[in-house]
Design a protein around this ligand. Structure first.
Ligand code: CA2
Length: 144
């Protein structure tokens, strides 16, 4: 079975525990379970990693090369700062979809720019945690 890699960056382990007005009430475990079930229904396996450490996300992207079909990533605040994550994604051969729970364009100006968008085939922002499921569907379509 082909595999989708779901990556979540810093602080997203707090989903459902703080700031529900911005990030909703579902936990990261809920999001990962929903994505895994949807991916399975579309014929894909799903691996999930959340990390607060930039290097762990980079190493996971390196380890995905030649092994994983596509990457779904919410890089958290690294979205706006990390050329290193962009470089790692540029070395990955499959499709990449970037997800943001909030609408980053409706928030502070420093959130409006994304390094990862320079690589992503698609970007979903402001759809809440439903954005992750939309991204799984899009990846499955791109990989069909
Ligand atoms: O909207 C998104 O998904 C973000 O990637 C979330 C990041 C933020 O830095 C980006 O600008 C947009 C922050 C993630 C923090 O996650 C929390 C979740 C629950 C409670 C507190 C933080």
């Amino acid at each position: 079975m082909r595999t989708i890699l779901l990556l979540n960056g810093p602080n997203l382990n707090l989903l459902g525990q703080r700031q529900p007005e911005i990030y909703g009430r579902e936990t990261l475990a809920d999001v990962e379970a929903a994505c895994r079930a949807l991916a399975a229904s579309l014929g894909f396996g799903l691996e999930a990693l959340q990390s607060n450490r930039e290097y762990e996300l980079i190493e996971a992207i390196h380890a995905a090369r030649g092994r994983v079909a596509g990457i779904l990533i919410n890089p958290g605040a690294f979205t706006h700062t990390s050329v290193a994550i962009l470089d790692a994604l540029n070395a990955f051969e499959g499709p990449v979809i970037e997800v943001h729970i909030s609408n980053i364009h409706k928030r502070e100006p420093f959130r409006h720019h994304s390094y990862v968008s320079l690589r992503a085939e698609g970007v979903i922002a402001g759809c809440g945690v439903q954005g992750y499921e939309l991204a799984v569907q899009r990846l499955a379509r791109l990989l069909a």
